[in-house]
Design a protein around this ligand. Structure first.
Ligand code: 13P
Length: 250
């Protein structure tokens, strides 16, 4: 059975104090839930977050990793470093990394491979741009993003993977894909995995939706069969909104 997940991607937001306060608020609010809750603060605060959440069922996730094990890569953060502070999962392929830091499929596959090699869990993000949707090529774009990356993995790797469909036009814009639009892509992706691998893998991988998820639309989006939860940006910076979104997936 695949897991229900709600993950907060805090992006490049919050000072140390703001991070501590937000986590304290989440600790009070989240409580017991069958939803797996994850948060991705920025690098300088990951260790603090891990320490704060020691006895709490909220997992701390990195927003990015370098594709090398170690060495002369000024300004970068390695998997070993993250593991040494108790971080075992990372986002890879977020559209902001693709767009602003030119991360292409080839680099993303390298990152996925090194993450899996060192036993890190991966939340792999993909999704089309507005121009792709307007030209009706969104299925093809999504398929190619996956074929060039996760579809090249062996079947054993899939239990370390979560997928996150994030249509670029819905990220931070206030414009959400409709629940039906999300379901349509998630179902397409699951069918594609089933064809390439098998039904078991397709049915066991969690596929999250991300892009302007809010308390007001979360219930409808999460109600869809192939939507297993959300990757939340803006609304994850507010403890009560994030908590409502988690409840919407229960
Ligand atoms: P928003 O929820 O702010 O649209 O961001 C989504 C996102 O990019 C999560 O990774």
């Amino acid at each position: 059975m695949r897991k229900k997940i709600v993950a907060g991607n805090w992006k490049m937001n919050n000072s140390l104090n703001e991070t501590i306060n937000l986590i304290n608020n989440l600790k009070q609010n989240v409580g017991r839930t069958d939803v797996k809750v994850m948060i991705a603060p920025s690098f300088p605060f990951l260790k603090t977050a891990v320490d704060q959440l020691k006895d709490v069922n909220i997992e701390v996730v990195a927003q990015n990793i370098n594709d090398n094990k170690s060495g002369a890569f000024t300004g970068e953060v390695s998997i070993d470093m993250l593991k040494s502070i108790g971080v075992d999962s990372t986002l890879i392929g977020h559209s902001e990394r693709r767009a602003y830091y030119y991360e292409d499929d080839e680099l993303l596959l390298k990152k996925i491979n090194i993450a899996l090699e060192f036993n890190m869990n991966v939340i792999f993000c993909f999704g089309e741009e507005l121009k792709d949707r307007k030209s009706n090529s969104h299925f093809q774009v999504v398929k190619s993003q996956l074929d060039n990356t996760v579809m090249k993995l062996d079947s054993k790797s899939w239990n370390k993977l979560v997928l996150a469909y994030e249509p670029v036009w819905a990220i931070g814009t206030g414009e959400t894909a409709s629940a039906d639009q999300a379901q349509e892509i998630h179902e397409f992706v699951r069918n594609h995995i089933s064809e390439k691998f098998n039904n078991d893998i397709a049915n066991n991988v969690s596929i999250l939706y991300g892009g302007s998820v809010k308390p007001s639309n979360a219930v409808e989006i999460f109600s869809k069969n192939d939507v297993d939860g959300g990757l939340i940006g803006g609304a994850a910076l507010n403890a009560s909104d994030f908590t409502e979104i988690i409840k919407a997936n229960s």
